[in-house]
Write a protein that binds this ligand. Structure first.
Ligand SMILES: Nc1nc2c(ncn2[C@@H]2O[C@H](COP(=O)(O)OP(=O)(O)OP(=O)(O)O)[C@@H](O)[C@H]2O)c(=O)[nH]1
Ligand SMILES: [Mg+2]
Length: 383
């Protein structure tokens, strides 16, 4: 099972070009109808290659069938980071000590799930299902219960494991990132650029966060790291105009992908929320199907709060996919289950660190296997 996971892991991209980052000249700020202001942007210094759609998710194993996975040889990487979270430690701790099959075990499972912000509804459903089956003597032992729990957790996540396909027929494909302040939008853009460059796509970034002085500069740094151009107009420019110009430029340059940053915002900031809708309207003047993906970024450490955030953003923007960041070490990673249950929105990626390659396509099987031990008593909880 772990071998399968390793196979599925996307190939690490090749070296990032050392130079070539450039920034478009500041535009006049005439608004979206203005002529493209970023003609100064130079071509992205990556080898031209055919668009490579992402691999589709492998079919999950059925909840019923569960063969104990061999333990991974080493704890490094994505797998290891999830396993070391407090959420994983809680579940693994329960099953590592050969627990008795009794109500106390169910209570402990419930406590761990609630503590990890799986949410009251999902937790109650999971635990009551286990209780019913336990009373009906469906489980011969705690190992049988563990297997069933694994299947039930997987069944919650499998429907939302839909990878983001950057459709070459819709180039330049536009990804608009949205979310509240500090969740990791800009960092995720840097990671996405790295990922798609590695797949041979030609891309640019749009500095649609004109709210904070440092935001454009932060995106430029990610542009430089990746060797891709950043279309910007500076602070206080109209974000819709910036992204519109960026799309015009991306078209003129024959790019495959444009990834746009936006300012962090709260649902109570109505002006800022309305701005998201405006960006969509303005882009549609150039391409009726843009933005092709509204990627909402969520901080995995905020727990149930994230559920409220998605609800608010869904009302204001056509959110089409989620990225859950900061799952490295988060005690609240259970929110992934709550989000899956509540919205059924595709979870495209998870963020597991601050570096360029710390973004992974969401893989429910690897996720669940990082939380539960491969079998009873298989391993001790992570420290
Ligand atoms: N540990 C960890 N930190 C992350 C991850 N993603 C982002 N961060 C950190 O979270 C902080 C905020 O990231 P940003 O990318 O600036 O967040 P943002 O959503 O763009 O913030 P605003 O533009 O202010 O709304 C930074 O310190 C990042 O390094 C992740 O997956 N894991
Ligand atoms: Mg930002």
């Amino acid at each position: 099972m772990f071998d399968w996971f390793k196979k599925k892991k996307p190939a690490e991209p090749g070296p990032v070009p050392a130079s070539g980052a450039d920034t478009a000249a500041p535009a006049s700020g005439d608004g979206p109808a203005a002529a493209p202001a970023d003609a100064a942007a130079t071509p992205v210094p990556v080898a031209a290659a055919p668009l490579a759609p992402e691999p589709s998710a492998a079919p999950p194993s059925s909840p019923a069938s569960d063969t104990p996975a061999p333990l991974p040889a080493q704890e490094g990487g994505w797998w290891g980071r999830l396993r070391q979270s407090r959420f994983a430690a809680g579940l693994r701790g329960l099953f590592s000590a050969n627990p008795k099959l009794d109500d106390a075990l169910l209570d402990e499972i419930e406590t761990v799930l609630l503590g990890a912000d799986v949410g009251v509804t999902a937790t109650t459903q999971l635990v009551e299902d286990l209780r019913t089956r336990m009373r009906a003597r469906e489980f011969a032992d705690a190992e049988a219960l563990r297997r069933h729990l694994r299947g039930a957790l997987l069944a919650l996540l499998t429907p939302v494991a839909k990878p983001l396909i950057v459709d070459p027929a819709r180039a330049p494909f536009v990804i608009l990132t949205v979310g509240v302040n500090g969740v990791g939008k800009t960092t995720t853009i840097g990671k996405l650029a790295h990922r798609y460059l590695g797949q041979g796509l030609k891309l640019a970034l749009a500095a649609g966060d004109t709210f904070r002085a440092a935001a454009v500069e932060q995106l430029r740094v990610w542009g430089e790291r990746n060797g891709v151009s950043v279309v910007a107009q500076g602070q206080d420019a109209d974000p819709a105009a910036v992204i519109f110009d960026a799309l015009q430029s991306a078209r003129a340059r024959g790019l495959d992908l444009l990834i746009a940053d936006t300012a962090g915002r709260l649902h109570t900031q109505q002006g800022l929320m309305a701005e998201l809708a405006k960006i969509g309207r303005v882009l549609a003047k150039l391409d009726a199907s843009a933005p092709h993906e509204v990627l909402m970024v969520i901080d995995g450490t905020t727990g149930q709060n994230a559920v409220n955030q998605v609800r608010q953003f869904l009302a204001a923007a056509k959110v089409s996919g989620l990225v859950v960041t900061k799952l490295d070490g988060s005690a609240k990673g259970g929110v992934v289950f709550a989000l899956a249950r509540e919205f059924g929105l595709p979870i495209r990626f998870v963020g597991l660190g601050e570096k360029l390659d710390d973004l992974r396509e969401f893989d429910p099987e690897a996720f669940v296997d990082a939380l539960l031990p491969a079998r009873l008593g298989a391993d001790a909880p992570a420290a």
